[in-house]
Design a protein around this ligand. Structure first.
Ligand code: ATP
Ligand code: MG
Length: 390
């Protein structure tokens, strides 16, 4: 017995009404790129997609958002003899009970779904005296789908990542640090169909090659899910040093974050992004209290998306592990914000104070504009193409 195809289901897409086929076609195109299978070998139906079976394809489907579940399937002609022959080969010995679940999609097939369930149920019972039928939660559920040209039989169901196909929503600029949170947040955005471009503020020589290597490894891994990525490496050293001269050291991080959002907004508007996303988590640290978030986001010209806002750290870590990000995020490296953090940061900053401090730093705006024009290195990542990670 040899699997022929993988049957792919897409739960949430069924909510999409008239737009559904646009979503399904996007999903098929993403599957084609992520699994490296030519579109002409992909069968697209209103509620299913079939791709050729292979172990690699099965593994790669783990990277595709928009899939609720998938099953390796046997393919045979839509005729009862062939179906019985295949069912006879199933090893029922390890199981105590079973269920047959038929779906007759081709209405000219001689037996209705219910009749087929009864017929094949009796057939299995006759050949496997130890078995009983169990409708709810059986040890093995044998599914049969009768289509016009072919029928499919399967009993394994693998859970997909859920969400929506990447590319069906807009694009954001995602603030990426080398920590645990922001890479997970990027994948949560991608899960809702968003394409994310990454913006990382680095401050050489304080941040080093390991910091950059970490960022590249993270973006490279995430590219497996979103097919292509852009990473903007923003040399922030001069601005950071200048903000460090502020007369109120408690506001250093808040001023820096406000500057991040001014710069991110400028890049976002130039690159057709509809928002700025980040790994913020309410009250996790001083710069993420409600007061601090209010003062910081005040500088954004676009909506700010915080997919991790209310999660516990333990939930974020378990997502980081699930996506294989954790071993990269925990490589030791210097981070721009850590270097800069004062001993006692303001936890309840105000917009008026922040603005007054920015007025004192009268060269700040000019430095930001200069850096936007000169201090950005833009790197492109494409799925399945090795990038140079030193
Ligand atoms: P992370 O694990 O993502 O670093 P964190 O818990 O360390 O998050 P903060 O350092 O307060 O939290 O950062 C909050 C968010 O600000 C980050 O999740 C990220 O989106 C953004 N951010 C922080 N530092 C940088 C940076 N150097 N470059 C770009 N974005 C950053
Ligand atoms: Mg951090």
């Amino acid at each position: 017995m040899k699997y022929e195809k993988i049957l792919i289901r897409f739960g949430e897409l069924s909510l999409k009404g008239n737009n559904k086929m646009t979503f399904v076609r996007k999903l098929a195109s993403n599957i084609s790129k992520i699994c490296n299978v030519d579109l002409k070998h992909i069968d697209i139906m209103i509620d299913r997609i079939f791709i050729p079976y292979s172990i690699e394809n099965l593994n790669n489907l783990n990277y595709v958002f928009g899939i609720s579940s998938y099953s390796p399937v046997f393919q045979l002609n839509s005729n009862l003899d062939e179906i019985e022959k295949l069912i006879q080969k199933i090893d029922f010995a390890p199981h105590k009970n079973f269920k047959i679940n038929s779906r007759r999609k081709w209405k000219d097939f001689p037996l209705s779904s219910l009749d087929l369930n009864i017929h094949l149920g009796n057939f299995v019972l006759k050949n496997n005296k130890h078995l009983t039928v169990k409708v709810k939660d059986p040890d093995i559920e044998v599914n049969i789908e009768i289509h016009k040209n072919f029928s499919y039989i399967f009993w394994e169901k693998i859970k997909g990542l859920g969400g929506l196909p990447v590319g069906v929503s807009g694009k954001t600029i995602h603030l990426l640090s080398g920590g645990i949170d922001s890479p997970v947040a990027a994948l949560e955005m991608i899960k809702r169909g968003v394409q994310v471009d990454f913006l990382a503020f680095i401050s050489p020589p304080h941040t080093d090659e390991t910091t950059i290597k970490k960022l590249k490894l993270i973006v490279d891994l995430i590219t497996k899910y979103q097919i292509k990525s852009t990473l903007y490496l923003f040399n922030y050293t001069e601005i950071m040093n200048y903000i460090g001269l502020t007369s109120n050291q408690k506001y250093k991080i808040v001023l820096m974050r406000r500057s991040f959002y001014r710069i991110a907004s400028s890049i976002a508007l130039k690159t057709h992004c509809l928002g700025i996303s980040n790994g913020e988590n309410l009250a996790q640290v001083a710069s993420q209290t409600m007061e601090a978030i209010h003062v910081i986001h005040n500088q954004s010209l676009l909506p700010v998306y915080q997919p991790l806002l209310t999660l516990d750290k333990i939930e974020i870590i378990s997502k980081s592990e699930k996506f294989n990000l954790f071993p990269i995020s925990t490589i030791k490296a210097c981070e721009t914000c850590e270097l800069f953090a004062p001993n006692h940061p303001a936890t309840k900053p105000s917009i008026d104070v922040a603005q007054a401090l920015e007025e004192e730093l009268d060269l700040l705006q000019g430095l930001e504009e200069k850096a936007i024009n000169n201090n950005i290195e833009r790197l492109f990542f494409k799925i399945n193409s090795k990038i140079d990670i030193k």
